[in-house]
Each structure stands twice: as structure tokens, then as C-alpha cells.
Design a binder for this molecule. Structure first.
Ligand code: IVH
Length: 673
């Protein structure tokens, strides 16, 4: 029986790895998503049931974990150099001619033309066909070990299928965020009024350095490998080596060309200057490399970059246009965004009329005056960005653009967010776009999912003063709705049904729906899981909140401040009366037994598997009591790493047992399984 299970697990892993390669690397899936999910599900079930077959390289492990480990610094075996850049085709031609000259007339020189992917570079080390380490470039000499995060990127193979690769080798490549993922991410961030990523490069670099690999797994990153290095390479030239690693299962760009002459190089540039706009990922130029490794060695390196390669950078497309005025727009969270309203101008095929100026610091650093002539670029082709001012066209005597001092919507004096460049309108409960924005958020699909209420209806409900906060929604009746112009009984019924159904929405989504500053979908889930119910969440201190994995001091402070406001408490009390779920259902809780009944337990140290808050909730859910200090009554100490020495001493004195995380979890699992 055991052998059967083992074989099934291994064969599912092999099959999933194979289909993963077809899907993420070769872009040619041979089975449906449903079939893939079914196999993944079966494997997950088996691995849960038979934990002895756990393997960190299993395809199920690509989802990441929420351990907060920081990154270890690793020294690169060979430094990660960068390439010298040029914006001119003639300089690329000069580079090649110089190489010809240095290598001598008798040498045949071939050049490999590649795309210069615009992400963040990564070094991947493999041993025995398994990814053992992934390290960022860092300063070129030392980088961060981001293996856990990189393991979530599906186009990076964790285990190679059988092949004739060396036992130990290193490849390098670029981690990218495809345009579609980038736009999706920024849309979500804009919605949450979080600072946007300027381009996919920043988004990729930021993502790979996140503490929570589960979050990284959601970021939908991709990667191309462009460099195979080491002493024991299969071929004597770069082009064939790339082909070899492609065979082994790596994702290598399909747009690599072997070029024979300077003319062919020029042609390659002309073609890709246009064609790159159709690619699903950002590129910022092209790379040319001397193909022969022997010739590469002859040419050598400078301290910063190799003499066998050069990067040709694309010129960003730029337009110039007049600033009509700057509008200062108030968002749902009260953050003010300055927006440049421009004379319409054509840029990379679209008409640009507006461009975000982000914050006051940017207006000041660009030194924008009223009526200035501005340079607009498409930051990575999609989002227009103001990059400078043509000062020769400045109107004499024009004044610098001043950030407003008062909210343009409600007239309240603005406040600066501590430590940030953003200004906000503090009139949270009465500023129209803030109230309407919060109601729209509350009814949204991922929150309370109240069908039939959209932006327009929120506007109407607000203007007739029928709904001025989210709790008012639960006082709507057919009679009151029908007093609205043009609203028919059928729509009203749909709205009331949606409101009624929202009472079944989980506590996790309710926490998200409340519009607590900086609390997006993931944070809301973490807060809901750790608190179990809203009363506990409302009473948690900044320290307690910050001890939850992934909850930083800023979010902790926001949560505490949110629940300090009487108006928010009043809303929650009304939601409670209406019957909205303000606690996790039993089935959503980690587990609930009375196995710890009558036991007082002290928690100490740093934990790996769950946060301290989660352990507190587990103790309470299983009938135990959590206490801060050790006494003769303490049943046991749940100890993580680095338990305080005085606690350790006291535990010994009183002979209080100390148990670790795994033992504690096993204790609860025994009774629930
Ligand atoms: S080769 C010795 N090839 O551009 C440098 N780099 O400044 C070897 N990049 O750090 C790099 N696409 O992050 C190479 N096809 C490509 C590339 C590429 C993007 C990045 C890489 C590197 C930087 C060069």
C-alpha cells in the first residue's frame, strides 16, 4: 500500500513538472487547466495524508510560505557584472569593429543578438538537477539569497528532467513581471491607494525581495535565462550553450539570433525597435555578445563589465505638451493625487490628456510652473509619465505649481502623512469621495459582493442622504428604494437580496470591506485569522498586532487608529445588529477542541510555523488560557527560538515543561484527526 502511494506521488510530481514545463516554458500546454488542477489536487491530498513524503521540490510547494526570515547574504562564485550601455547604433558597430581588430583578421567572429529584458537579474545554482540557490545581483559581489521566493516562479525549473547537465552549474537570467500582471497589480494598488510601481522592473525587483513568498507566488512573475557560465560547459560558444540549457528545461528567449556582420546587427536593431512593442514583457534594449567563448576570454573584462558584450538601449518615446492645469484628486482613503491635465498629445499611438504627478515632492523636484511645456514619456510604454520641463518655453513670470492646502472636495485642511510624501484629507466621515469610495468598496465583488449597487447608485443614495456610511445599507427597504427616481421594483429587489446575502460573507472579507487604511485583501485575511473575531481585533494593541507575521508597525497603527474612532465603532455595532459576520466560522478556525481545557500556557520566543497571535488563538480555541508569566500553575511553555534566558531559568526552577511548535501542533492534531 505504502509503495503504491509513494509511486503515485512520484508519478504525479513528474507529470505535473512535465506539464508545468509545457505550459510555462514552451507555451504549449497539452492538457486542460482542469486536468492539471485535478492532478495538483490529488497530489496535495496525498502529501497532506502522507507527510513523510514531503519534498520542498514538489510542484505543490510553489505556493510559498509566510515565514518571515529576512535574506541571507551570499557571495557570488563569479561576480555578476553588468554590460556597458549605448543608445547609438554607430557605437554598437564600433564595438564590433573593435572586437574584430583585437581578435585579428584571421578570426571568424559571430555575434549573438538578444533582447535586453527589463526586470531584475538572478543567479540560479543547480546541483544534481535541482535548484539549490537563487541569489540576486546585489552589489555584483554579494547578493541576497531569495531561493524561497524564486521557487514560486513557475517558469524556473525546480527539478530538471533527466539530461546530460553537469552535477553542479550556474545559470543567470532576468526575472520579469509581464505587462498584464503589472497592470493588474498596479490597478489593485491604485485601488488601495498604495504607491504604484513605476514600471515592471521595479515591480519585479520589489516582488522578489518580499518577505512573504506566498505573496510572491501571487505576483505572477516570469523569467528568461540568458547566460550559462562555469568551467565545464557543453559547447565552446554561447549560442549552442543556450540551446543546450533550453533542452534541459530552462526558459530561454525564442528571439535569439546568430549574426555574422555589422549590417546584420543593424538590421536586428531596426527590426526589434518596432517588434519589441508586441512582446508580453518589457525590454529596454538589445544585447550583443561575441559568440565564441574562446574569443570572449581573449577580450576579457574590465572591472565592471565584459569586453565581449554590449547593451543597446532603446530610446523611450517622448512627446512635449502644454500643462493646462493640475487637479488635486481625493481618493477613497483620503490620499490626494496631483494630476497634470495636458493639451492632448499623441504618444506611442495613444492620445495622452492626463498624467499622474504622484506627490508634492515630484512636482517640486521637476520644478513645474503653471502653463509649462512638459516632456511626457510612456513609463514602460503604458503609463504616461512627466519626466521634465522644457524651460526654454516657460511663460515669463509664471508661478511654480503649488500643492493645495485644502481638500478640493470638502474644503478641509490637508495633513501630511508622517514619513511619506503624500497629503491626505482628514475629514474621513464627511468628505464625499471618501465616503462614496468606501461604500463602493464595501459592496465590491471581492468584499460584500452586493449585487445591484454600483458607482452610480452609490452616488444617488449618497446625494439623497439615504446612505452615508456602510451600515446605512442595512436600513434600506423596498419602500425607501422606490422613492429613488427611475429605480424599479425589480432592481430594488435585487439590491435587497444582495444586501441580505452579504450577511453570509466571511469575516475575512468583512475585514477587507471596512476600508482600514493599508489593509488590502491579503492583510485582511491575516488580521481576520489572527483575531478570530472583531471584538478581539478591536482590542488588540499595536504591539500585539505587530507580532503577527507580515503585519508591520504601520498597518498595526492604522488598525488601532481605525478602531479608536467612535464613528467606526458605531458602524460596526450597527453591522453586528444587522447580522453581518464579525467572527470566523468554526470551520474557518484553525481548530476547536477542549484539549487544553484548564491549562495555562505561556508563549515565548520566535516562531516559524504560525504567528504568536495565531498560537494565542489556537490556545484559546482549544480551551486553554494564555498567560504572560510563568508560575507553578503554568501547564507548559510553548517555546519558539531564542526564548528569553530569564524565562528559561524560571521554567527550570519550577519544572515547567517546555514544548516546541511541532510538538504543540501535533498535540492539537492528534485530537482533531
Ligand atoms: S548578459 C556580464 N543578456 O541587463 C553581463 N543581460 O547590464 C551578462 N539583461 O545585469 C548579462 N537581458 O540584468 C544579458 N539577454 C541578456 C539580458 C541581460 C537583460 C540585464 C541583466 C544584466 C543587465 C546588463
Amino acid at each position: 500500500m505504502d509503495n503504491e502511494v509513494k509511486n503515485r506521488i512520484y508519478s504525479l510530481r513528474n507529470e505535473l513538472n512535465y506539464h508545468n514545463r509545457l505550459y510555462y516554458i514552451n507555451n504549449s500546454p497539452s492538457i486542460s487547466d482542469i486536468e492539471y488542477d485535478r492532478m495538483m489536487h490529488e497530489l496535495l491530498e496525498l502529501e497532506n495524508q502522507y507527510p513523510e513524503y514531503y519534498d520542498q521540490y514538489s510542484p505543490t510547494q510553489r505556493v510559498g510560505n509566510d515565514h518571515n526570515e529576512g535574506f541571507a547574504q551570499v557571495t557570488h562564485e563569479r561576480p555578476m557584472l553588468s554590460l556597458s550601455n549605448t543608445y547609438s547604433i554607430d557605437e554598437v558597430a564600433d564595438f564590433i569593429k573593435r572586437a574584430y581588430k583585437e581578435l585579428g583578421d584571421s578570426e571568424e567572429v559571430k555575434i549573438v543578438g538578444e533582447l535586453k529584458y527589463d526586470g531584475t537579474s538572478i543567479s540560479l545554482q543547480y546541483e544534481n538537477g535541482r535548484l539549490v540557490r537563487a541569489v540576486t545581483r546585489g552589489d555584483g559581489v554579494r547578493g541576497d539569497d531569495v531561493t524561497r521566493n524564486v521557487m514560486t516562479i513557475k517558469s524556473i525549473p525546480l527539478v530538471l528532467p533527466k539530461g546530460n547537465y553537469p552535477y553542479k552549474f550556474e545559470v543567470r537570467g532576468e526575472i520579469l513581471m509581464p505587462w498584464t500582471s503589472f497592470e493588474e497589480l498596479n490597478k489593485e494598488r491604485a485601488y488601495n491607494e498604495e504607491p504604484l510601481f513605476a514600471n515592471p522592473r521595479n515591480a519585479a525587483a520589489g516582488s522578489i525581495k518580499m518577505q512573504n513568498s506566498q505573496e510572491v507566488a501571487h505576483r505572477k512573475l516570469d523569467a528568461y535565462i540568458y547566460y550559462f557560465l562555469g568551467d565545464n560547459l557543453p559547447y565552446d560558444n554561447h549560442y549552442d550553450n543556450l540551446k543546450a540549457i533550453k533542452e534541459w528545461g530552462f526558459k530561454v528567449s525564442p528571439h535569439i539570433s546568430l549574426l555574422n556582420t555589422v549590417e546584420e546587427v543593424r538590421e536586428f536593431i531596426n527590426v526589434w525597435d518596432i517588434k519589441r512593442k508586441e512582446l508580453p514583457v518589457a525590454t529596454d534594449g538589445l544585447v550583443f555578445k561575441i559568440n565564441s567563448l574562446r574569443q570572449q576570454e581573449i577580450l576579457g573584462n574590465t572591472s565592471k563589465s565584459p569586453r565581449w558584450g554590449v547593451a543597446y538601449k532603446f530610446q523611450a518615446e517622448r512627446a512635449e505638451t502644454r500643462l493646462k492645469y493640475v487637479s488635486f484628486e481625493t481618493g477613497r482613503m483620503g490620499v490626494i493625487t496631483p494630476v497634470a491635465n495636458l493639451e492632448p498629445v499623441l504618444l506611442s499611438g495613444t492620445i495622452v490628456k492626463r498624467a499622474s504627478l504622484h506627490n508634492d515632492d515630484i512636482i517640486k523636484s521637476l520644478d513645474i510652473h503653471e502653463g509649462d511645456s512638459l516632456y511626457v514619456e510612456k513609463g514602460g510604454e503604458i503609463i504616461p509619465k512627466i519626466v521634465g520641463v522644457n524651460k526654454t518655453l516657460r511663460i515669463k513670470g509664471s508661478m511654480p505649481v503649488q500643492f493645495v492646502t485644502h481638500c478640493q472636495e470638502c474644503g478641509t485642511e490637508l495633513e501630511r502623512i508622517e514619513g511619506e510624501a503624500a497629503w491626505t484629507c482628514p475629514n474621513k466621515n464627511y468628505c464625499p469621495p471618501q465616503i462614496k469610495g468606501k461604500i463602493e468598496h464595501f459592496v465590491g465583488r471581492k468584499m460584500m459582493n452586493i449585487d445591484g449597487i454600483g458607482e452610480e447608485l452609490v452616488d444617488r443614495l449618497y446625494s439623497v442622504e439615504m446612505v452615508r456610511n456602510v451600515a446605512d445599507l442595512y436600513d434600506l427597504t423596498m419602500e425607501r428604494l422606490l422613492t429613488l427616481d427611475r429605480l424599479k421594483e425589480k432592481s430594488a429587489m435585487r439590491i435587497l437580496k444582495g444586501i441580505e446575502e452579504s450577511k453570509q460573507v466571511s469575516y475575512r472579507r468583512v475585514v477587507y470591506a471596512l476600508s482600514i487604511p493599508n489593509v488590502g485583501e491579503t492583510m485582511a485575511k491575516i488580521l481576520a485569522n489572527a483575531s478570530v473575531n472583531i471584538d478581539r481585533l478591536m482590542s488588540m494593541t499595536v504591539e500585539e498586532l505587530s507580532s503577527i507575521n507580515e503585519i508591520g508597525p504601520i498597518i498595526a497603527k492604522n488598525v488601532v487608529e481605525f478602531f479608536e474612532q467612535a464613528s467606526n465603532i458605531a458602524i460596526i455595532e450597527r453591522l453586528r445588529i444587522a447580522g453581518v459576520k464579525l467572527a470566523l466560522d468554526e470551520s474557518e478556525q484553525i481548530s476547536k477542541t477542549d484539549v487544553l481545557s484548564g491549562k495555562t500556557i505561556v508563549i515565548s520566543g520566535v516562531f516559524k510555523n504560525h504567528s504568536r497571535e495565531e498560537y494565542k488563538a489556537m490556545i484559546e480555541n482549544n480551551g486553554g488560557k494564555n498567560s504572560g508569566s510563568i508560575s507553578a500553575k503554568t501547564a507548559f511553555i510553548l517555546a519558539g527560538e531564542n526564548m528569553g534566558p530569564s524565562k528559561l531559568e524560571k521554567a527550570k526552577q519550577l519544572s515547567v515543561p517546555i514544548i516546541n511548535e511541532e510538538e504543540f501542533i501535533a498535540m492539537l492534531e492528534k485530537v482533531t484527526s
